[in-house]
Write a protein of this length. Structure first.
Length: 144
């Protein structure tokens, strides 16, 4: 039976020209990563009450939360710094594996669209947050 354990989840990114497979680690206390809800269709109601709909393509935004001391902060800092230095973007692809549910997700054609440049300095250093915008995210059964 599937569970809802997230501690064994795996997020791996490949950033073209920068990193081969990099397992992201050192997540924030209550948050690891998440995706926003994505509109799947556009619907219009005619004046006669007839509803029509159509497919619209919308990018998928993913937010990643890392502890300030996470070794994976370097991956995102290098990604951001290299984009600044080259005045260009680096494309990523990735996978999410959720062994507890036996589902994996393919993350395709992603761009670093937001990055916290340094952790908030409070009583303790706060998590840093990154946003990647993906062209597609698809799921499949892993058989785990």
């Amino acid at each position: 039976m599937a569970t809802i354990t997230s501690a064994n989840s795996v997020l791996t990114l490949v950033i073209d020209g920068l990193y081969g497979p990099a397992n992201i680690q050192g997540y924030a206390v209550d948050d690891a990563f998440e995706s926003e809800s994505v509109q799947q269709s556009e619907v219009l109601m005619g004046v006669d009450g007839s509803l029509s709909g159509g497919k619209v393509w919308i990018p998928y935004k993913m937010t990643i939360h890392l502890q300030a001391d996470s070794p994976s902060v370097e991956v995102f800092d290098n990604w951001r710094s290299n984009q600044d230095a080259s005045v260009d973007v680096f494309v990523a692809n990735g996978t999410i594996i959720l062994p507890s549910t036996g589902i994996s997700y393919a993350l395709v054609n992603g761009y670093l669209t937001a990055a916290t440049p340094f952790p908030a300095v409070k009583k303790t250093l706060q998590p840093v947050v990154y946003e990647i915008t993906w062209q597609t995210i698809t799921s499949s059964q892993t058989g785990v």
